[in-house]
Design a protein around this ligand. Sequence first.
Ligand code: GLA
Length: 665
Amino acid sequence: MSVFWYGGDYNPEQWPAEVWRDDVRLMNRAGVNLASVGIFSWARIEPREGEFDFAWLDEVLDLLHAGGVRVDLATATASPPPWLAIAHPEILPVTENGVTLSSGSRQAYCPSSPVYRRYAARLVEAIVERYADHPALELWHVNNEYGCHVSHCYCDTSAAAFRDWLESKYGTIESLNDAWGTAFWSQHYAAFDEILPPRAAPTFKNPTQVLDFDRFSSDELLECYRAEAAIIRRASSVPITTNFMGFFKHADYWKWAQEVDIVSDDSYPDPADPQSPVYGAMQRDLMRSLGGGKPWLLMEQSPGAVNWRERNAAKLPGQMRAWSYQCIGRGADGILFFQWRQAVAGAEKFHAGMVPHGGTDTRVFREVEQLGAELRALSEIDDLLGTTVDASVAIVFDWDSWRAVEQQASPTAVSYIAGVFSWYRALASAGAMVDFVQPSDDLTARRVVVVPSLFVADDEQLVALDAYAAGGGTLVIGYLTAIVDPDLHVRTGGYLGALRETLGVWIEEFAPPASPDLAATGGGTPRALAVRGDLIGGLGAASLWGEYVRVDAASVDAVFEGGALHGQPAVTHHDRGAGTAWYVATQLDDAPLGALVDTILAAAGVDLLPKVTGVEFMRRGNHLLAINHSAGAVVLDVFGTDILTGVRASGLTLAPQGVAVVSAG
Ligand code: GLA
């Protein structure tokens, strides 16, 4: 990319042709240089089976091209037209409860349906044939938010595809029976034909069946993507993407990211949630990490309020710009929106647009123009666009663990993301830049690797984590790690499996605190736990999880205080080879977790960013970016030139939502 991309979803089919010229004029005014076109255009491109109408799209692409706006062209397969479902009702998805979902909304297709795939392929072939050589084409946008509404389909077609997937995974029915533990509750299968998707059932379903169905469902969606991408690649060398959705449980993006030429993301943090700036930062860091550190693209954000929350908070003045810079600081090379012109009809007419219902004399449009102008200017600055971000701290993120630890009938009800977020928040507020990794990645350059919960772990992963610590790394393991293998069979002999050697501890028994809302009796004990240790700042609070940790060789840094766990280890560390391995046996509150993280980062010699309350700092290329997320002005004690204002200063004042991009020179 030679400029920062700037633009958004453009749905000209929702408007009469007279508006299109005005759109291009306004796009030029706003500095828009990339428009995502055709995402929901199937019914307009193919209004009747096999009858293609490209005249309107020709005109749109030519207009954009004449106006200097590049095109991210969609394959238009995200929302099949009504005629397809009428001719082939078997493409409609079916829920776990057996309800068939109808047309009239979007994404009403079964990902495994060969009929859907055939029609989608024909559409993609027609679009590619027509536009592969169009001079405006910059990027291919395959489908849209795969799995957003229909991540799992339970119809008979899906059932058959699931059986095929299982057969190629397991080879024989007996190896499936072993893996699924079907000796339990009389679930033994005599043949693959007997297997169904995990449809609604009287009580707990087979956990491995459920996890395999999650894996299968992600793979089926990925197959849809692959099939479209293969058609494109035969005729075009233009890069291909499909838009991810941040921390989306139903698609294993480690796998998906291997298949896209550029990672792109849709991101809608709630402006009303005070945690959103940090959660947003975590999402950006995941996107950068999925692409192995390469620049990524913010494919969608809202210029203002969305329309799908119970309360749709507007963005504060400057907040859209501030959050956009968060993406830039965390490795994005483009900022796009949903959508260009705010709709007047349909289910998203109250969702903000870059050109709002109120027109151009509006705060939103002025902010859109301002950011467009700034990004154009920033494209000229050396050492920002296209650069990478260095992070010496990494968090292990694992989709199987996420899915499995949140299944029913687990040791306790937990939110995997909340656990990851608590570590991320502690690391980010200590001033660390963080990447996300898999245990199989090369970890040697990381000073600290945090594993919030690798609930599902295979032997190679545990060996890799151990080798990282033994090789001189600082490994931090959180509770509910290495409890089961990839078939969800428990690792017996004291939980933690091979990490027992690494950590110098093992777990004898789980003892999560009771929930305050014991249903049967209305009683229960408070969820809060207390922990004590100098290293965590004395007496601290914890929640959610406790356990009986047995020490083989580790040093105990904090213990549970009070209750049945009184005096039991809560935080330990162990010298492992040339490195150190920490274990944390509970969900520490922010204060004790922050104290622990400060100690760990200092001992590991991690370079930290400046710290100012309410201010987010990021380093990208040769630049330090600062965003004031707080409600009051702040003065920053940083040196250099703010390239947004040209001010060379020590002591920059940032208003609320203010941004500085400070070059070291
Ligand atoms: C998603 C979709 C868009 C639109 C927005 C609204 O990101 O991809 O088509 O529905 O949500 O927030």
